[in-house]
Design a protein around this ligand. Structure first.
Ligand code: KIV
Length: 274
């Protein structure tokens, strides 16, 4: 008889129940140790394609591959038991056709064991959201500033500062909601627009550079931990790990050069003949 697998992981229902309730706490995670640290503290972890820039040193998220996302998705799943885990679909792996989207999204779900995938959602993407959801793939949409569209936009630019942009983002949000996304990341938009989208859609919105009115907030973990000198305006740094790590490495280097490391307590002694 097969053993019943016990899981305390949050489900789509828990995430959807957050609409208009206590805001969802969401952060990115790319590795097992970070997932372990975040697991009890957050509702949702996103294995974002930001991994390409944060971990792999890429200039944008455009160079991220499906294999990279699957590798990091597996690590985050291994390191967690409770949080709802979403894996980003990288650029070029879901926009080509509905079949391409399902083949690749189902592979991500199957190989990582994650709870949902995220896709950046221009208006055209509503059909993709519907196609995936109808076939059993829960989808988090992503509207507003879409990092994968950076080459079309000419950089990482906030949205919703002109009426045309407001209308476009609102239409994209309504289309993804109507198509059945379970939640929606709203990134880099004017505060009023974040508020309006949240009021207009039935699913929870997760803001990043959007509005406190959103049904949750997400940040790139490395940004909020202070790992980078430059961060976007919307990042609040809750730690200064960059300088802490610099100090620690300076201390180690000094000890090594002065032959102060390792000490007696940090070395092994010969125990004599057997
Ligand atoms: O890739 C990512 O980390 C994201 C967040 C910024 C929402 O999409």
């Amino acid at each position: 008889m097969s053993k019943q697998i016990q899981t305390r992981r949050k489900t789509v229902r828990d995430i959807r129940a957050a609409k208009g309730a206590t805001p969802l706490v969401c952060l990115t995670a790319y590795t097992a140790p970070m997932a372990e640290l975040l697991d009890e503290r957050v509702d949702m972890m996103l294995v974002g394609d930001s991994v390409g820039m944060v971990v792999h040193g890429l200039p944008t998220t455009v160079g991220v591959t499906l294999d990279m996302m699957i590798m990091h998705g597996k690590a985050v799943m291994r390191g967690s038991t409770q949080a709802f885990v979403v894996v980003d679909m990288p650029f070029g792996y879901y926009e080509g056709s509905l079949e391409q989207a399902f083949t690749n999204a189902s592979r991500v779900m199957r190989e990582t064991g994650c709870q949902a995938v995220k896709i950046e959602s221009g208006a055209y993407a509503a059909d993709t959201v519907r196609h995936l959801v109808e076939r059993g793939v829960p989808v988090v949409a992503h509207v507003g500033l879409r990092p994968q569209a950076t080459h079309v936009d000419g950089g990482f630019k906030a949205k919703g500062r002109t009426q045309e942009e407001v209308d476009r983002v609102m239409n994209e949000a309504l289309a993804a909601d109507e198509a059945g996304c379970l939640a929606m990341v709203v990134e880099g938009v004017a505060e009023e627009l974040g508020r309006q989208v949240t009021a207009a859609v039935s699913c929870p919105t997760i803001g990043i550079g959007a509005s406190t009115a959103c049904d949750g907030q997400i940040l790139v973990t490395d940004d909020m931990l202070g790992m980078f000198d430059w961060t976007p305006k919307f990042v609040r740094k809750y730690a200064d790990l960059r300088s802490e790590i610099g100090k620690a490495v300076d201390g180690y280097a000094e000890d090594v050069r002065q032959r102060q490391f390792p000490s007696e307590a940090e070395t092994y002694n010969f125990k004599g003949q057997n």
